[in-house]
Design a protein around this ligand. Structure first.
Ligand SMILES: *Cc1c(COP(=O)(O)O)cnc(C)c1O
Length: 233
């Protein structure tokens, strides 16, 4: 079995190779290491190897790790479903939130972001394949929340995020990601923006996402191995 570090470096290499093979759709692809349910020691190991961006889904799990790793200069990204009663801690303890799927959540994060901190970077999550069970804004909802979100001074809208349907062919994966890319292009045009982040691609569809212009891939399993528990601590 390859070690954590071997898998990590293999993933960095795969990102590099895929990105250069696919031309220059995005200027660079940032690897977000999704460390949900993983021990703080694994995060520290990757940090020592140069990794700075880590993604978490479960608030309590994340806060525990952040306390243990407070001495490290980590950018913490919240990527999981957001309940209203969690926004206070999320706005305070994270640098990025990728999973904003309602205006109400954006407003709460804005109100609760401490005044002495820089604006919170957010992505709006789009339900790109219109799945009933999946969170995310529909395309109609998206166009109606952009301006209200832009008006929030403690929030810095950076781009869009999506999780396409699972178990699709490479071609279908690419078609879903392309939809998100096109939507971001339309938003930029319509609102005169320069949103620079496309948070798309996970272990199973990372190459398709990069081929379509992802700027940030969220990778857990391919780096840390299969998660044994769906911890909700
Ligand atoms: C868990 C998770 C990931 C990472 O998924 P893997 O398949 O383990 O790479 C990425 N994005 C979100 C939103 C997740 O919840």
């Amino acid at each position: 079995m390859p070690s954590l570090l071997q898998r990590y470096f293999a993933q960095l290499e795969l990102i590099k190779v895929t990105h250069s093979k696919c031309g220059v759709l995005s200027s660079a692809v940032t690897l977000l290491a999704v460390s949900k349910t993983r021990p703080a020691g694994d995060v520290a190991t990757l940090y020592k190897a140069g990794q700075r961006d880590f993604g978490e889904n479960y608030l309590q799990d994340a806060l525990n790790k952040q306390r243990l790793l407070a001495h490290l200069d980590i950018a913490w990204h919240f990527i999981g479903p957001i309940q209203s009663n969690k926004t206070r801690d999320i706005s305070r303890y994270f640098d990025w939130v990728h999973s904003v799927d309602r205006l109400k959540i954006a407003r709460r994060l804005n109100e609760q972001r401490p005044a002495n901190m820089p604006p919170l970077n957010i992505c709006l999550q789009v339900n790109i394949d219109q799945e009933e069970t999946k969170s995310g804004l529909s395309l109609d909802e998206l166009s109606s929340v952009i301006q209200p979100v832009l008006d929030l001074s403690n929030i810095n809208l950076r781009g869009l995020m999506a999780i396409p349907k699972a178990d699709k062919s490479m071609g279908e994966q690419r078609a879903s990601f392309k939809k998100l890319v096109d939507v971001q292009g339309e938003v930029n045009k319509q609102f005169g923006l320069n949103l620079d982040t496309l948070s798309m691609g996970m272990s199973d569809d990372m190459e398709a996402a990069i081929a379509e212009g992802s700027t940030m891939v969220r990778v857990g399993t391919a780096i840390f191995g299969v998660r044994s528990v769906k911890s909700r601590v």
